[in-house]
Design a protein around this ligand. Sequence first.
Ligand code: PXG
Ligand code: PLP
Length: 438
Amino acid sequence: MNAVTTDALWMPFTANRDFKKKPRIICDAQGHYYTTTDGRRLYDTFSGLWTTGVGHCHPKIVEAVQQQVAKLDYAMTFQMGNDKSFELAERVVDLAPEGFSNVFFTNSGSESVDTALKIALAFHRARGEGHRTRLIGREKGYHGVNFGGMSVGGIVPNRKVFSAALLPGVDHLRHTLDIGRNAFSRGMPAHGAELADDLERLCVLHDGSNIAAVIVEPIVGSAGIIPPPVGYLEKLREICDRHGILLIFDEVIAAFGRVGKAFGAERVGVTPDIITTAKGLTNGVIPMGAVLVQQKIYDAMMQGPEHMVELFHGYTYSGHPVAAAAGIATMDVYEEEGIFEQSMALEDTFADLLHSFADHDKVIDVRNFGLMGAIELAPRDGAPGARGLETHKRCFWEEDLVMRNAMDVLSFSPFLNSKVDEMEQSFEAIRRVVDAID
Ligand code: PXG
Ligand code: PLP
């Protein structure tokens, strides 16, 4: 077996004791495959953790990082700047929907979310609307694990233990998952646009003039891939506009080709005021996140004496030069290799493969949008989540496949440049496992 000692590491979002009985450890990766410490080669159906859309160890990104780390490893980005961070900001703005003019760098999706919420509050205050302090999230939303993102998030186990420390003044829209009416929908489900009226209800309850921002994932990721009902996001946009509320799309997963365009906003045809990103910004190679804002937000903040800091916020590693170099190389790869077009071209095959599970007696729903997909298994009596975890483990040990589960939802985030035969083989393996489990 492997020689790695697992005792000291407290693993994130992991059943540590169960894992350490029989560790699943990766030590190498190339393209679409991982290698384990016991020398097996595994196909990755999750592109890292939604991160590594163009494949692992892409030579162009590896080279950019190697060169940058030997040239400028770090420089302060407060009251100074490094060339690469400015260059990456321009590249990201060039890809963004019309109206987005500025980028604030962070080191993760969680930091992007907390940054976006703080920008929303600061923006309203700068415009003399400091009474807009309430933040609205949505049930089943995942916005990372920091206090702001956890508070607007709606995944119960992520909040339960920290209940006393959740931000005040936060409320939640109802979620849009409706297996009863929408099971096995391909892409956006037909039913549920009216759930956006929940925002109108909260505007009555709290008075819309007190609400700073609404944050949603345009397509829900972590909670099990929930595409928005047809017309839902348009309605949210309209209600936000009517009440002067900022709309934040959390695109930590959706941005950079995951749904066939540079940004999810472009794909769903609804433009928010702020977009949060991370993951695909650097292909997951170096941690980095970014918050994109519309021109009106940046402009509103650029006031007061010119020698004064306009936004008292930033991270030691905001715009880190090595991360920025990885980001620039990633943008080059997206462009030169037509990655977003490749992603779009794979969508139908991916949807067909997912929906081929619709007839399976253990499957209660299949959901997909772009290259985000879920097969939801019926929970085993008295043991919710057991089937999902067992499928994950069997895929790893018996099928040489990395497959992510969230409880009994099998989630898929294929490479944006997947090969069709590899994708097909991975779903054949999944079917063998789903057939075999109790
Ligand atoms: N917002 C969204 C929409 C995300 O998907 C975050 C914020 C937080 O990003 P960081 O970089 O702080 O982890 C995420 C992260 C899963 C899974 O299994 C998804 C995420 C993280 C871990 C697991 O779907 N998304
Ligand atoms: N804690 C202490 C004591 C610090 O000095 C700093 C940054 O200087 C931080 C936390 C925040 O760290 P970061 O900027 O990496 O988020």
